[in-house]
Design a protein around this ligand. Structure first.
Ligand SMILES: Cc1cc2nc3c(=O)[nH]c(=O)nc-3n(C[C@H](O)[C@H](O)[C@H](O)COP(=O)(O)OP(=O)(O)OC[C@H]3O[C@@H](n4cnc5c(N)ncnc54)[C@H](O)[C@@H]3O)c2cc1C
Length: 388
């Protein structure tokens, strides 16, 4: 997509972002979903960032999305993280699906289904979520036990999803499931007001507290044929041919790194936040500040390279860079946040500063499946050493 649209989106983020930053501590303290931020995103047209222009959206693609989401993350990482779940459904059904093989009749049907999805986002401000995780096996990449049993006019969905960000905030829960007797994974949309959906448990966590990622239980939730967001077999193709979709959890943490760097600079210079005495003359603090910049720039560089080359059917070398980039961002976020507290000093563990929240939020990045830091290490550790 043209950089002009990206630039426009980045300008919008710069306008609404300061409000996000102001509200971040409150969402974190109360573990409350950032509804006000979503109202701003909706009013600014950013819910439709990746909706095609022909459907009333801004028409951004994958790379634009990654950069815009990172910019959002600088103002509020938790909002950027949930914005990812929303935008993924649009990307998967949109530019990603365009790159995947479908027979003409299937594509025509998909076109009609995604058209309705995009209308709901652009016209009604419908927020999408993607509860995929079930926690039934080590690594959410394998094993889906949520079932979609064929019934007249569609499916009856039953199962449980864990860590369902936007629980209670989204208008639709777009989930992975299997039809009993079939191998392939389906991608169906369950309306949030479906009587077969229940939000259970609590979300009282170390970090990313505003994501409201409570569990969802589905009991015989009816899903019509028209809510099959990817045609049968396409989810498997997407996972195999467009693996960059799994990198989309990183921008929230790229933005978080930027926020930390910005804070440390202001703090050491003195005056930002107001009333803080400059500490820039202290040698060890200068060296740590130098290290923070090096860590941040390194992570950003490999991330930008992987994002900018993202495309269908990546080569093994591209895939390796994508894993290195994901690992680097998620690990660097928590390393930088930890170092920032050491450099800035004890005052910054106080809740009136954003650093302790960044420190806790940053800790969540490496855990995020399917490309958690450990999964990336596991794959990179075997990369090139065996024939397969
Ligand atoms: C803030 C937050 C928001 C989230 N939002 C969503 C959401 O909206 N939708 C959604 O679907 N999920 C979401 N998740 C869920 C997330 O991706 C995981 O599914 C979740 O963290 C649960 O993991 P687990 O405890 O079952 O990890 P396990 O699967 O038990 O894994 C435990 C550890 O083992 C490692 N590991 C697992 N498998 C492998 C492997 N094959 N090789 C090497 N190491 C491995 C993992 O890295 C992890 O550190 C969210 C998570 C967080 C933290």
């Amino acid at each position: 997509m043209s950089s002009t649209v990206r630039e426009r989106a980045l300008e919008i983020v710069a306008e609404i972002g300061p409000g996000f930053r102001e509200r971040a501590a409150g969402y974190d303290r109360d573990a409350r979903f950032p509804f006000e931020n979503y109202a701003d995103l909706r009013d600014a047209g950013l819910l439709g960032l990746c909706v095609p222009v022909a459907h009333g959206g801004m028409g951004c693609g994958y790379r634009d999305y990654m950069h815009v989401a990172a910019a959002l993350g600088r103002w509020c990482p938790m909002t950027a993280l949930t914005y990812n779940m929303h935008t993924q459904t649009v990307l998967w059904t949109g530019v990603v699906a365009d790159d995947l093989a479908m027979v003409p009749a299937t594509r025509e049907r998909h076109e009609a289904i995604r058209g309705a999805l995009y209308r709901s986002i652009v016209e009604d401000g419908a927020i999408q979520s993607q509860p995929l995780s079930e926690g039934i096996a080590k690594g959410a990449t394998t094993g889906v036990t949520t079932t979609a049993t064929p019934v007249e006019g569609g499916w009856s969905v039953s199962g449980r999803k864990i860590f369902a960000s936007l629980a209670g905030a989204a208008h639709a829960y777009n989930l992975t499931c299997v039809v009993p007797g079939e191998e392939e994974i389906r991608f169906l949309s369950v309306a949030a007001d479906n009587p077969g959906v229940e939000i259970v448990g609590t979300w009282d966590t170390l970090g990313m507290r505003g994501t409201d990622s409570r569990d969802l239980v589905f009991r015989d939730a009816f899903v019509p044929y028209s809510a099959e967001l990817l045609p049968a077999g396409i989810y498997g193709q997407l996972a195999a041919r467009w693996p960059y979709v799994y990198m989309t959890l990183t921008p929230a943490y790229v933005g978080l790194i930027d926020a930390v760097v910005e804070f440390v600079q202001g703090y050491l210079r003195g005056g930002a936040p107001p009333g803080i005495v400059a500490r820039r003359d202290v040698g060890p603090k200068q060296w740590a500040w130098a290290e923070i910049q090096i860590m941040a720039e390194r992570a950003r560089a490999i991330w930008e390279r992987a994002v900018d080359e993202a495309a269908v059917d990546p080569t093994p070398a591209m895939l390796r860079r994508a894993w290195v980039a994901s690992y680097s961002v998620m690990e660097t976020a928590q390393e930088v946040a930890a170092k920032a507290i050491r450099v800035c000093g004890g005052t910054t563990i106080m809740k009136r500063f954003p650093l302790e929240q960044h420190y806790r939020d940053a800790r969540c990045g490496a855990l995020m499946l399917p490309w958690s830091a450990e999964v990336c290490l596991d794959r990179l550790g075997r990369f090139g050493l065996f024939d397969e």
